[in-house]
Design a protein around this ligand. Structure first.
Ligand SMILES: *Cc1c(COP(=O)(O)O)cnc(C)c1O
Length: 361
């Protein structure tokens, strides 16, 4: 077992206890008068279940996440989407104005946003754009971490926007090489669409691996804002001390529990299969169109597409009422759009709108 990830924490937070909320002490009684809550439910809205503050880490939700993701409940930090996890990891590990994080562009923008807000340096190791799609050079990542003294590496698998899955063996080797030096964070927001083994399986083996999971994509609960960090139990306990006292609204954590249960998960898998099938069809049809220069292989629920003229493609799509993600402002993406896989009829409309480009041109 590798070195404790607690050595990676900010020195000044080592003995940090965080806020002691009324819900954090284990007291027993039948008249709860310790948190200044109302003794009655809201007179109009009702909802007696909402009268009291929620559990900081809802036991049922943690258990449901642990069962679904394949880890122990104490290795789960539930929170307000994986965005909160990204922010907490940076705040707990990086000294503002001193420490750095490594990202692999093109990648999810929140790593850099959170790092900059926290005044952490951001070191980029670009993905390689090869014939088989994007690829991460983990030697270059390791060297950049070690040379730059970075505390965190954010990997995204499947990648957003690249759609590429990172080989688990590479993540495993990187974590081993960086043990005691940096935490390897694997953002698996789209892993359900990859039908691959999750990096959660590495958490027991390497204490410096953390995995981000979310209910926002495959589980169709983006508005509920529920996600988690799966990591070493000691690190999870520390992250909780850095988290706001009641991060999860009770109705949202109940919804999330239901969504993670067996019945809902079976039904969700059928939807995931449908998305995967549509993704294949959309990629195939798109690749036939003369105005499409390249469709990247995707293990996620979107396609990254390069066009002969992305501006015109965007215009055609918007005129057809279809809104896609414009990637043109990103480095090396001046000709690219990211298109979420929609319903079969939405996907047909995408193809028709882009096919119409030729007629117009
Ligand atoms: C959508 C997405 C998320 C999800 O964030 P939530 O805060 O859980 O909604 C995380 N990472 C990546 C790469 C994403 O694309």
């Amino acid at each position: 077992m590798s070195a404790s990830p607690m050595d990676l924490l900010r020195d000044d937070l080592r003995d940090f206890a965080g806020y002691r909320s009324a819900r954090s002490s284990r007291l027993v009684g039948d008249a709860w008068l310790n948190a200044n809550e109302s003794p009655w439910p809201n007179p109009v809205v009702g909802a007696d279940g909402l009268r009291r503050y929620p559990e900081p880490q809802p036991t049922a939700l943690r258990a449901a996440m642990a069962a679904r993701y394949g880890c122990l409940p104490e290795q789960v930090l539930a929170g307000r989407g994986s965005d909160e996890g990204i922010d907490l990891l940076i705040r707990a590990l990086c000294r503002p104005g001193a420490d750095a994080v490594v990202v692999t562009p093109p990648t999810f923008g929140m790593y850099e946003v959170c790092a900059r807000l926290h005044w952490a340096r951001v070191l980029g190791v670009p993905l390689e754009d090869g014939d088989a799609g994007f690829r991460c050079d983990s030697d270059a990542v390791a060297e950049t971490v070690l040379a730059g003294g970075a505390k965190l590496v954010f990997l995204c698998s499947p990648g957003n926007p690249g759609g590429n899955l990172l080989p688990l063996a590479d993540i495993d080797a990187l974590a081993r090489r960086l043990q005691g030096r940096a935490l390897v964070v694997v953002d698996e927001a789209y892993i359900e669409f990859a039908q691959a083994i999750s990096a959660v399986t590495l958490v027991g083996r390497h204490r410096n691996v953390a995995v981000l999971r979310t209910l926002s994509k495959a589980h169709a609960l983006a508005a509920a804002r529920v996600g988690c960090v799966v990591a070493d139990a000691e690190l999870v306990a520390m992250l909780q001390r850095c988290q706001s006292p009641y991060p999860l609204a009770a109705p949202c954590s109940e919804l999330a529990c239901n969504a993670l249960g067996d019945a809902a998960w079976q039904a969700t898998r059928t939807r995931i299969d449908a998305v995967i099938e549509e993704r294949g069809r959309l990629a195939h049809q798109m690749a036939q169109l003369p105005s499409v220069a390249r469709v990247y292989p995707s293990s996620a629920n979107f396609l990254l597409v390069r066009f002969t003229d992305a501006r015109v493609a965007m215009q055609h799509l918007l005129r057809a009422g279809i809104v896609v993600r414009d990637m043109r402002a990103h480095d090396g993406m001046a000709d690219a759009l990211r298109i979420t896989v929609g319903t079969p009829s939405q996907n047909r409309r995408v193809i028709e709108a882009i096919a119409a480009m030729e007629v117009a041109a």
